[in-house]
Design a protein around this ligand. Sequence first.
Ligand SMILES: [Cu+2]
Length: 119
Amino acid sequence: MRGVAVGLAAAALLIACGGSTPTQPAGSTKVTLTEFKFDPSSLSVSHGKVVFWLVNVGTTQHDLAIRDSSGTILATSELVSVGDQKEFDVNDIAAGSYTIVCTQPGHEASGMKGTLTVT
Ligand SMILES: [Cu+2]
């Protein structure tokens, strides 16, 4: 968990400074967002607190939501602007299989979804 705290501190510092390129928090899982897919589209993480690092290299805004097998959305990231990066922290996610989707209108239907395996 020490790496997570450092990552958050770094993110806060970058917001304060502005302008500079944010760096990926240590121990985070990087996911690239484009039209209309997640890369990688198949994610695997350990249970507990999970830190995703979302990088939008597409031409429109995207986000990442985690949906369980019953269709309930457990968590949704902030919207990531074009060319931006956002840290997305998920606490206490239990082991299991989940679906990841972009909640922007039409994106999931266009193929912007994937799987998340929590072990
Ligand atoms: Cu999207």
